[in-house]
Design a protein around this ligand. Structure first.
Ligand SMILES: NC(=O)c1ccc[n+]([C@@H]2O[C@H](COP(=O)([O-])OP(=O)(O)OC[C@H]3O[C@@H](n4cnc5c(N)ncnc54)[C@H](OP(=O)(O)O)[C@@H]3O)[C@@H](O)[C@H]2O)c1
Length: 238
């Protein structure tokens, strides 16, 4: 049984942990605080889950999932991550700190891979929100199964992560470079909204938010097939 280590077990990391455990994998959760702070989440996940420090998580896991805010990336246990596959789930907040990402001349994943070398980066699971993420998984062959994009420069890592995501209950559309992940970054056609049944409710909520941090309105999710996803990805930069 493979172990998936989650660095940043917040809204998105924990949603992914739920789906990964349900798919039959072991999960290790870590956050910025001591592992004891994650005991309630571990209890909710059951016997195949545990908590550790980020260092312990990176050491003991086969695949890492990085879901912490970008401003904390320098604190990642980089030495323990060398040679490991790491799924980049985090998105950059458009705050002016990475202009080349914000004007979409380079993908966030390309910047991360250059800044943190020696890690087998795969870009995936960043283009749908934590709420719909737990309601969309379906078995292979189910007509309501959704597809998500996966991108990497590392062919074997791409195949391994694609396999994991398929076991989690999603079809995958594979893109062969980290550069290609530009096609599913924030504010592209394949990002977020297509997976919502009521996208207008989210847009209304966002318009009224005024900088406050609040949980978005519940959405049961909407199926995005492989065909639709390919079409959405191809719309980027048209
Ligand atoms: N939420 C979504 O729907 C969603 C969807 C797609 C992508 N994302 C991306 O995922 C990332 C996380 O978003 P989120 O909504 O899950 O945020 P969040 O709920 O605030 O969770 C952030 C997590 O990161 C942990 N963390 C902070 N500093 C850390 C450090 N130095 N080492 C290890 N863990 C650390 C926090 O742990 P403590 O609680 O212990 O501080 C917390 O568990 C963001 O980049 C976001 O763009 C989010």
């Amino acid at each position: 049984m493979k172990t998936i280590g989650i660095i940043g077990a917040g809204a998105m990391g924990f949603a992914e942990a739920r789906v990964i455990v349900a798919a039959g994998y072991k999960v290790i959760l870590s956050g910025s605080r001591a592992p004891e702070f994650l005991k309630e989440k571990v209890a909710m996940l059951g016997a195949n889950a545990s908590a550790d420090t980020p260092e312990g998580t990176a050491t003991k896991s086969d695949i890492l999932l990085i879901a912490l805010p970008y401003e904390y990336f320098d604190t990642m246990p980089l030495a323990k991550m060398q040679g490991k596959i790491a799924i980049l789930v985090s998105n950059h907040i458009y705050d002016g700190s990475l202009p080349e990402v914000e004007n979409k001349s380079v993908s966030f994943a390309t910047v991360i891979a250059k800044k943190y070398p020696g890690i087998r980066w795969v870009r995936a699971l960043n283009n749908l929100n934590s709420g719909v993420f737990t309601s969309l998984p379906r078995k292979k062959g189910d007509p309501e199964r959704s597809a998500v994009p996966v991108a990497s420069d590392d062919e074997k890592a791409l195949a391994e992560v694609s396999d994991l995501i398929q076991n989690m209950g999603f079809d995958t559309v594979e893109l062969n470079t980290l550069k290609d992940s530009l096609q599913f970054e924030p504010m592209t056609p394949a990002f977020g909204l297509p997976y919502l049944r009521y996208p207008e409710k989210l847009q209304e909520w966002l318009a009224g938010l005024n900088g406050r941090r609040e949980v978005p309105p519940f959405d049961p999710g909407r199926t995005v097939t492989i065909k639709e996803l390919k079409e959405l990805l191809s719309q980027w930069n048209k």
